[in-house]
Write a protein that binds this ligand. Structure first.
Ligand SMILES: *[C@@H]1O[C@H](CO)[C@@H](O)[C@H](O)[C@H]1NC(C)=O
Ligand SMILES: *[C@@H]1O[C@H](CO)[C@@H](O)[C@H](O)[C@H]1NC(C)=O
Ligand SMILES: *[C@@H]1O[C@H](CO)[C@@H](O)[C@H](O)[C@H]1NC(C)=O
Ligand SMILES: *[C@@H]1O[C@H](CO)[C@@H](O)[C@H](O)[C@H]1NC(C)=O
Ligand SMILES: *[C@@H]1O[C@H](CO)[C@@H](O)[C@H](O)[C@H]1NC(C)=O
Ligand SMILES: *[C@@H]1O[C@H](CO)[C@@H](O)[C@H](O)[C@H]1NC(C)=O
Ligand SMILES: *[C@@H]1O[C@H](CO)[C@@H](O)[C@H](O)[C@H]1NC(C)=O
Ligand SMILES: *[C@@H]1O[C@H](CO)[C@@H](O)[C@H](O)[C@H]1NC(C)=O
Ligand SMILES: *[C@@H]1O[C@H](CO)[C@@H](O)[C@H](O)[C@H]1NC(C)=O
Ligand SMILES: *[C@@H]1O[C@H](CO)[C@@H](O)[C@H](O)[C@H]1NC(C)=O
Ligand SMILES: *[C@@H]1O[C@H](CO)[C@@H](O)[C@H](O)[C@H]1NC(C)=O
Ligand SMILES: *[C@@H]1O[C@H](CO)[C@@H](O)[C@H](O)[C@H]1NC(C)=O
Length: 826
């Protein structure tokens, strides 16, 4: 926005009016020359030599008279440093040769009531000319140094920013000043709050303090620090248990009570010296003991606090501080000014707030005051001088003095600053923040001294602390500050409430593990192929188990299956040779060969119970046995039906028998059973084919490789098999009292009983055991189902054929039948 010249003039006129009104009202008395030095160019200075402790209510417009407010020695020291630096530059022959540098310093004690000084700084001949409309009447003021606190800087900065007057600050650390859109001509020689909070967080992490209180001064500086601290600890294990803005109205006893209730042992005090003082005094008075205090840079070197009585009792004090830099010549300067002061008296009437009743101060007191911010002030003045030097294109012992020096030109040179001061390189980054980087870590020892125990360097990052130099209040190890003690290995943290630091520990159940470095708040499930015991930190690979072909049990069973095939072959040959004998005929004649063939085919299944299962081996494990065993059972159903039929039904229903004979009833039944079973398999396996399956439920540390077969897919098969077995059992049981040589029925009954017993035993074992040997047992059950028919149905017949040929005659059979018909007719 641009104001047109007439509005501007009105604005300026009113500003001047206020200025002169204030001027007349405050009856400024004479000031000493300490606040002013004539020169070709001036540097403005703003120092809060006095500070307003309590704002009084105002009834009429009134500028504050700072000299009546409480005095701050450490800020007076800063003020003297500026004076020293300017004089040193003025004396120097290399920097700004033949150009005299002056200053105009104001006591800036209030952020709301100290404006006359600021207006004076930006005015030329009592006129303020924003945007330097006229170039003839230019101000000699080229830059301003200060004010100290962030709050003060925030209120005055816009007035300087408007004209791009460089504001080189030595103490305002709020991060907001890094925003160049808002504060284009703001530079600082002190690290912003980001850096000091980073050091504090590193300190917390170094000592593993997780449960901390953050006490900050209730102003722009403190709240900025709090915000940055919260941001910095976001992804760390540190929890902010308590935070409190300190001001004059803070009820310390209440605050410490709240802190005690939460068992916090580490306090970060992010405040100015003036705010820290009542806090420490209250802690001493309230007998707060055994705490760790982290001092911010403003008070970590404070001599005043160091010498408070009883400070040793409150615990261990560590601090983050600017490195102490001895500035050569400064003490001589102080001694000489202090001796001068006796004869130099109040002479000229100056502007308000350029006054200090400081004649009683001793040089030693000033020199031993808190040295923090000395180097930032010193370097700020030098940076301005160097910028001016470059603006004036000085060199070869002279400068182009007739040049017009605009503040924004000085600003441009300031941004390009690159010089060495006391062996430190001074450069600014793009935000106008100083670039050199080092913080000291200090410890307040019990001899009443501040001891440097480590440092934190930014470029490149290097953090070092000599722990052994710290004498903790515990007289031993590092004090802890935790909400909950760490969990033991294998335990998971279950957060209580809003703080992640407060938790209870629970053991991770079996089948899960915890990786504390990754996520200490959850147990992670193991993969299917892994297992873990309770409280594990990793999973173990499960043992993969199956029965290999080389297993001795497997070999035996496969040999048994081979033998079965051999035996069926032998029996077939024997039966073929004796085909026309009554024993073979009564055994079923041609049907015997079908049964024997099917038994051999069934034995194929046995071989597929071993080795690593695949889809095809799983299919072959079930298919041959179920399919051909169906045929066997169907044959036996037919056999037992015929036996019963011949002797019982034939007598009563001869027509059924003729039908049966005429339509080859036996083969029909067998074919129907076979095709039905085959159809069941076709539909069942096409919907849910058997597939390899990893048994992981029964044994946590093992994987048993098996085959899975869907119950629904095999439903029809099982029903058919069960129906056939039941029919077979019923028919054979009905024929159990037939003549001796026709005792096939008895044999079939016995075989079926064996069969049922085998599978009941298998089912029982299967309920209790699922280890890898279940496959051996399953194969054994299959084999035993096959052998039961071979041994108890076919072998007795073979025995008669080979060893009792006299029983294998037509005559013998007829005798038996006649005896039988006699007995049933009786
Ligand atoms: C500047 O020079 C004057 C006289 O040459 C001397 O008295 C004074 O101490 C010097 N000041 C500084 C800061 O060096
Ligand atoms: C400043 O320097 C000039 C010469 O460069 C000298 O004449 C003058 O006395 C100095 N002022 C002070 C206060 O040292
Ligand atoms: C210093 O400046 C004065 C005027 O300001 C001039 O008379 C004098 O010659 C200059 N000295 C040198 C060495 O340039
Ligand atoms: C500059 O200041 C002089 C003296 O106060 C005054 O006479 C003159 O009008 C001013 N020039 C402008 C452009 O304001
Ligand atoms: C401070 O808090 C305590 C309670 O802890 C209360 O008794 C006391 O009156 C409070 N003091 C002030 C000045 O409010
Ligand atoms: C200056 O301070 C001294 C000591 O504190 C005091 O005695 C004297 O009255 C003060 N003078 C003024 C003008 O305030
Ligand atoms: C400065 O003075 C030199 C001669 O000493 C002159 O040549 C030059 O033009 C002057 N520059 C300005 C901006 O007045
Ligand atoms: C600063 O100056 C030194 C030597 O004077 C030079 O080596 C360095 O490159 C300069 N740095 C920048 C950023 O200009
Ligand atoms: C300056 O620093 C260098 C290395 O950083 C060091 O060797 C030298 O002694 C230092 N000089 C002074 C005067 O401190
Ligand atoms: C740490 O401090 C102890 C005691 O002051 C000292 O003996 C030791 O050398 C220091 N260690 C390092 C690495 O500076
Ligand atoms: C795993 O835990 C469950 C529940 O506590 C228990 O039933 C099971 O036996 C455990 N398994 C192992 C291998 O410890
Ligand atoms: C835990 O997690 C970390 C980080 O992801 C990883 O480096 C480490 O190997 C894990 N430890 C275990 C036992 O899995």
């Amino acid at each position: 926005m641009r104001l047109d010249p007439t509005t501007m003039k009105h604005f300026l006129a009113s500003l001047c009016l206020i200025g002169s009104l204030l001027h007349s009202l405050t009856r400024c008395t004479a000031a000493t020359s300490e606040f002013q030095l004539e020169g070709d160019y001036w540097i403005g200075g703003l120092f809060d030599i006095h500070h307003v402790s309590r704002l009084a209510c105002q009834a009429r417009p009134e500028a504050i008279d700072c000299s009546s407010q409480p005095f701050s020695l450490s800020n007076y020291r800063k003020f003297q440093l500026m004076r020293f630096a300017v004089e040193q530059i003025n004396n120097s022959t290399n920097l700004l040769p033949n150009v005299s540098l002056g200053y105009d310093i104001f006591d800036h004690c209030s952020d709301t009531q100290s404006f006359p000084g600021i207006l004076k700084l930006i005015s030329v001949k009592n006129l303020i000319q924003p945007w330097g409309e006229n170039h003839n009447n230019l101000s000699k003021m080229i830059a301003v140094v200060g004010p100290f606190t962030s709050t003060h800087a925030l209120t005055v900065a816009p007035l300087f920013m408007a004209d791009l007057i460089p504001m080189v600050n030595y103490g305002s650390t709020s991060s907001v000043f890094s925003k160049k859109m808002k504060y284009p001509s703001f530079m600082r020689t002190v690290f912003p709050n980001q850096d000091v909070t980073e050091v504090i967080v590193s300190l917390m992490q170094h000592f593993k303090w997780r449960w901390v209180a953050f006490l900050y001064s209730d102003n722009d500086f403190g709240t900025d620090g709090l915000e940055l601290f919260i941001k910095k600890i976001k992804n760390t294990k540190i929890c902010l248990a308590f935070s409190k803005g300190l001001n004059d109205n803070t009820n310390y006893s209440l605050m410490f009570k709240q802190i005690e209730a939460q068992q916090i042992h580490v306090f970060i005090v992010f405040s100015e010296e003036l705010v820290a003082e009542p806090l420490i005094k209250a802690a001493i008075q309230l007998s707060i003991t055994n705490k760790v205090w982290i001092a911010g840079e403003s008070w970590s070197l404070s001599k005043r606090l160091l010498h408070i009585e009883g400070i040793k009792n409150i615990g261990t004090i560590l601090g983050v501080s600017q490195p102490v830099v001895t500035i050569p010549g400064f003490s001589d300067f102080i001694f000489s000014t202090k001796t001068q002061r006796h004869w130099e008296d109040v002479e000229k009437s100056m502007f308000c707030n350029q006054e200090c009743n400081c004649s009683h101060l001793k040089a030693d007191d000033i020199l031993t005051e808190n040295p923090t911010f000395s180097f930032p002030i010193y370097s700020a003045i030098y940076a301005v001088a160097h910028a001016l030097h470059n603006t004036l294109k000085c060199g070869d012992g002279k400068c182009k003095k007739n040049m017009t020096v605009y503040p924004h030109k000085v600003l441009a040179e300031l941004k390009r600053s690159n010089f060495t001061l006391l062996n430190r390189s001074i450069q600014f980054d793009e935000n106008g923040d100083i670039k050199f980087g080092l913080y000291s870590i200090v410890f307040w020892n019990h001899r009443g001294g501040v001891q440097e125990i480590g440092f934190y360097k930014f470029h490149p990052l290097h953090f070092f602390i000599n722990d052994s130099e710290i004498k903790w209040f515990t007289n031993g190890g590092v004090p802890t500050s935790l909400c909950s003690p760490e969990c033991s290995v294998g335990y998971v943290k279950k957060q209580n409430g809003i703080h992640q630091c407060c938790f209870t520990c629970e053991i991770c159940p079996n089948g899960t593990y915890i990786n504390s470095t990754e996520d200490p708040y959850s147990c992670i499930s193991c993969k299917d192929t892994e297992w873990s015991a309770e409280g594990s930190t990793s999973c173990n690979q499960r043992l993969v188990e199956f029965i290999p072909f080389t297993d001795s049990g497997a070999i035996l069973i496969m040999l048994g299956a081979g033998a079965l095939v051999g035996l069926t072959l032998a029996v077939s040959v024997l039966f073929a040779v004796n085909y026309n004998t009554p024993v073979v005929r009564s055994a079923g004649g041609p049907m015997c060969f079908l049964i024997l063939g099917c038994l051999s085919l069934c034995s194929i299944s046995v071989f597929f119970y071993f080795g690593q299962p695949s889809v095809s081996s799983c299919v072959l494990r079930f298919l041959p046995f179920f399919l051909f065993y169906t045929v066997c059972l169907a044959c036996f159903v037919v056999r037992s039906f015929q036996i019963v039929c011949i002797f019982k039904i034939a007598a009563k229903f001869p027509r059924i028998q003729t039908c049966w004979m005429k339509y080859h009833g036996q083969w029909l039944v067998i074919t129907v059973a076979f095709t039905t079973q085959a159809l069941f398999f076709l539909t069942g396996f096409s919907t849910g084919p058997p597939k390899p399956y990893n048994e992981t439920v029964w044994y946590p540390e093992k994987i048993i490789l098996s085959c899975e077969i869907s119950v629904i897919a095999t439903y029809g098969t099982i029903v058919l098999l069960s129906a056939l077995s039941s029919l077979c059992f019923i028919f054979s049981y009905m024929g159990k009292d037939l003549p001796k040589n026709y005792n096939e029925a008895k044999a079939i009954t016995f075989c079926l009983l064996l069969l049922i017993l085998t599978w009941i035993i298998f089912a029982t074992v299967y309920m209790l055991y699922r280890g890898k040997y279940i496959h051996t047992i399953n194969a054994l059950a299959v084999l035993s189902s096959l052998y039961s028919f071979l041994l108890w149905y076919f072998f007795p017949k073979c025995y008669i054929i080979i060893f009792q040929p006299h029983k294998n005659t037509q005559q013998y059979f007829q005798d038996l039948i006649q005896n039988y018909t006699k007995t049933i007719s009786q």
